[in-house]
Design a protein around this ligand. Structure first.
Ligand SMILES: Nc1ncnc2c1ncn2[C@@H]1O[C@H](COP(=O)(O)OP(=O)(O)OP(=O)(O)O)[C@@H](O)[C@H]1O
Length: 589
């Protein structure tokens, strides 16, 4: 609500001006009938509630001006105690209206004949004059209220700006920084004492080019006063066609990476103590891995699927001084070849049709100061193998469509379940990359070759799944344990975990017995009585190829064998040659 008290000085000056112009006493009251200003005898009575102010109350209620030329005899004076003894000769009262509300009254009072004559001789022009004075005061009161509201809103907006997790810069059309929030000040080290331009703070050429075109910009920009990279979004502020400035938001790229790490990694921190190892092979492997963990050496972990390659890589990262930075994994075999390059190395804005505005960080950049785990490196296409080799040699990455290379400090741990050495022989894997990766080779033996680990792993998964399912399965019968110990575990530890989960879920009692083991374990290949050669990886592979070829031939489609096996046709033909699988062996048997 607009109030005359907020503009007390203006009200007093107005009262004095009216009094000087008309040579008559003036008083101005607020909406609650408190005298805000007064001249002559009234000047000492400001700030007090008026008594017997029946005329003013009527004006406040009706919103209409009143002229009383016979005080004490007018119907409005009827309730007044001084009725009949009134000292006033005449009175004029004009309401003060602000946006539909009545916020006060201007009162003129004459105390002799001469004043009365002056007051009443030209009523119309007097009322017009008073109306203008009332309008002036109302405008001032409205302006004062609007300023107060604007200040409040500015204060609220500044609080919001300072509360945001992004740095915010506002600029004018000349790139002068007109406003910034606390975070922007900290991120860019903006000097508080002198005004800054965008040019002094950011390497902003590309950003400003977009702003000038009236386009939104998103991308990475380097700081000028600080050595940081920022992820910026800039939105032009336009007035019609004219660009009048921009709003720029800033995110510290290092901070984003830390957030990525926090969001993706904290739950799966792995320590060496979590790698279960009873067998001599695993104990020895853990020893070697613990020794190489603190170094920056590139590592290659080989082993069948499910043997714990990723688990080992995580433990190595966790034991290195990179542990506070990201451990980024990428499964090179699971990502379509045409997307793999940009996943690994990122791309710059406009690198290809459909490229995201502002480009995209690659996994190598995300892993800066940390570790990148290149899973299934054996599935990496040859042209990307060259790029990986270059990163390992030069420690810089080049984004797809990028003009400059970016320095990265990344430890590479690669893993594969394929025989990279024979892939090198067949030309499927680059020899130079193989030797680069294989600086320190780590081999995880398949579970069937380290049966001593089986009981310990079973106990671990029993406890885990009993807890997860809320069942109190406490152990396993000797017969069930014997069956599991003789099983060949083609899926290794991952499969063992699944088997225990199945059995815990199925078993009604406190112990897992043989009948609650999955059928494939009961019927599947048992390692004990079988000839040792059948456990050989190569003979298993040969067997699988023969089976796939037979199945495909039965369907009249030889090509389908590669699909069944999940390998390329070229690899299939190479393996047929390698294992000397003759047509009649396959098709005529
Ligand atoms: N020695 C071990 N102790 C405890 N858990 C293990 C061990 N080895 C493997 N695991 C568990 O087995 C599962 C499979 O492990 P992981 O994913 O590391 O295998 P991998 O060799 O990387 O598999 P793939 O080649 O299929 O990617 C995980 O749940 C892992 O925690």
């Amino acid at each position: 609500m607009d109030s005359l008290y907020d503009i007390e000085t203006t009200v007093r000056q107005t009262a004095e001006a009216i009094a000087a112009a008309l040579k008559i006493e003036v008083e101005i009251a607020g909406a609650d009938l408190t005298r805000v200003a007064g001249t002559g005898t009234y000047s000492s009575r400001c700030g007090f509630q008026m008594e017997d102010s029946f005329v003013y109350r009527h004006v406040l209620e009706s919103g209409e001006p009143v002229i009383i030329d016979k005080p004490g005899y007018d119907p409005l004076c009827e309730p007044c105690a001084s009725r009949g003894n009134c000292l006033e000769f005449a009175e004029v009262a004009m309401p003060i209206k602000a946006e539909g509300s009545i916020i006060g009254v201007i009162g003129l009072i004459s105390f002799d004949e001469e004043q009365t004559q002056r007051l009443l001789e030209n009523k119309d022009s007097l009322l017009r004059f008073l109306d203008k004075m009332a309008e002036l005061m109302a405008a001032k009161a409205i302006e004062h209220r609007q300023n107060r509201e604007r200040e409040l809103l500015t204060g609220q907006l500044l609080t919001v700006l300072n509360f945001l997790n992004d740095g915010i810069l506002l600029t004018d059309a000349e790139r002068r920084v007109t406003h910034y929030n606390r975070l922007a000040q900290k991120l860019l080290d903006i000097p508080e004492t002198e005004p800054s331009t965008l040019f002094q703070l950011l390497d902003e050429k590309r950003l400003w080019r977009s702003v000038e075109r009236g386009e939104v910009f998103s991308g990475q920009v380097k700081g000028k006063r600080v050595a940081s990279q920022f992820y910026c979004d800039a939105v032009p502020v336009a007035n019609g066609e004219r660009i009048e400035g921009a709003v720029i938001t800033l995110k510290d790229v290092q901070q984003i990476k830390k957030l990525v790490k926090a969001a993706t990694e904290t739950e799966i921190e792995t320590h060496f103590s979590e790698i279960i190892a009873a067998s001599a092979k695993m104990k020895r492997l853990k020893e070697v891995a613990l020794k190489v963990a603190p170094s920056n050496a590139t590592l290659l972990i080989q082993g069948e699927s499910g043997t714990g390659k990723e688990l080992l890589a995580r433990a190595i990262h966790q034991s290195s001084k990179r542990r506070d930075n990201s451990f980024i994994t990428i499964n090179c075999g699971a990502i379509p070849e045409n997307l793999l390059e940009s996943e690994l190395f990122g791309y710059d804005e406009g690198a290809f049709t459909g490229a995201r505005r502002g480009g995209k960080l690659g996994k190598f950049e995300l892993a800066h100061n940390g570790t990148i785990f290149l899973d299934e490196i054996g599935d990496m296409p040859l042209h990307l193998q060259v790029k990986i080799l270059r990163v390992l040699q030069e420690r810089r990455v080049e984004r797809v469509g990028g003009l400059h290379s970016i320095p990265v400090d990344v430890r590479v741990i690669a893993a594969t379940n394929r025989d990279l050495e024979s892939m090198v022989k067949t030309g499927e894997f680059r020899e130079d990359l193989f030797y680069r990766l294989n600086v320190i080779p780590l081999y995880i033996a398949p579970l069937r070759e380290r049966q001593e680990d089986v009981p310990l792993l079973i106990r671990f998964y029993l406890e885990h799944y009993s807890q997860v399912t809320g069942k109190s399965v406490r152990g396993i019968s000797p017969e069930a344990l014997r069956i599991l110990s003789r099983y060949t575990w083609p899926g290794n530890v991952r499969e063992l975990g699944n088997v225990v989960e199945y059995s815990v879920t199925m078993t009604p009692g406190e112990y897992i017995t043989a009948e609650f083991l999955p059928a494939r374990v009961l019927e599947g290949p048992q390692s004990g009585p079988q000839p040792k050669t059948s456990l050989n990886l190569k003979s298993l592979e040969k067997e699988a190829i023969i089976k796939a070829l037979t199945a495909a031939e039965e369907e009249g489609n030889k090509e389908g064998a590669a699909k069944l096996l999940g390998i390329s046709r070229a690899t299939l033909y190479r393996k047929i040659k390698e294992y000397n699988i003759r047509e009649q062996t396959v098709f005529k048997v």
